[in-house]
Ligand binder design. Structure first.
Ligand code: ADP
Ligand code: MG
Length: 221
């Protein structure tokens, strides 16, 4: 799926002034790319990812998927695209603490309407593929940071999305865990998925073939 931002602005009204989180951004990411979005804190990276991930809408301009303006779609269609085509990974994992690893990975499969046995088997095999076959019934508190993030990656790809979006996915990890998680993103990209990683870590950015640099809400490539 081709992801495009066309003269996108995202502004926030705070008190009586306007904060420009992103100003006039035009970017096109082709299907199958591995992209790092880099830039200092507060430059607009998360805003960029939330817009491309349909978690937010532009104040002006268009976000297009395969040429279609997704801003013109209703909430149900946007949710359907998010569930089927996009997988998200966040810095703080966003796992449900009362559920086991396998239950966390089963969640998005439920939304996609799969049966219980199928969901369980699929979640197990994805967790095995990220090296957590021996941690299926552990809850997040019983896992290390790197293991939690691998569960989060497994959950993000449970529905076989064509696009994986990650916001500072290694921000809370030690270097060994960082490399393991980065290898997962590399493998997902090698399978043909588009991968967009927001990061301010040069080691993370180094695995990407393309870098989009954001400074003060503007893109510089
Ligand atoms: P980054 O992820 O690069 O650190 P963000 O995209 O989170 O940056 O934020 C970009 C800018 O937009 C920052 O100056 C931030 O203060 C501002 N911003 C983000 N979200 C909001 C909001 N909900 N209300 C007001 N300003 C915001
Ligand atoms: Mg951010």
């Amino acid at each position: 799926m081709q992801l495009e931002m066309d003269h996108v602005w995202r502004t926030y009204r705070v008190g009586d002034s306007d904060v420009v989180a992103l100003g006039d951004v035009s970017v096109c990411i082709q299907s199958g790319e591995l992209v790092a979005v880099v830039g200092p804190s507060g430059s607009g990276k998360s805003t960029f990812l939330q817009l491309i991930g349909l978690l937010d809408s532009p104040s002006e301009g268009a976000v297009r998927f395969d040429g279609q303006d997704v801003g013109s779609l209703g909430d149900a269609d946007r949710t359907r695209i998010r569930l089927r085509a996009l997988g998200f990974v966040f810095q703080r994992f966003h796992l449900l603490n009362h559920l086991t690893a396998v239950e966390n990975v089963m969640l998005p499969l439920e939304a996609a309407g799969a049966g219980t046995v199928e969901r369980y088997e699929r979640a197990c095999s994805i967790l095995e593929s990220v090296g957590l076959g021996d941690r299926l019934l552990f809850r997040p508190a019983q896992l290390s940071g790197g293991q939690r993030q691998r569960v989060a990656v497994a959950r993000a790809v449970a529905n076989s999305p064509s696009v994986v979006l990650a916001d500072e996915p290694t921000g809370e990890l030690h270097s060994e865990d960082t490399h393991r998680v980065l290898n997962l993103f590399r493998a997902l990209n090698a399978q043909g998925r588009t991968v967009v990683i927001v990061t301010h870590d040069p080691d993370v950015a180094a695995i990407a073939r393309r870098r989009i640099e954001i400074r003060d809400g503007s893109v510089h490539e």
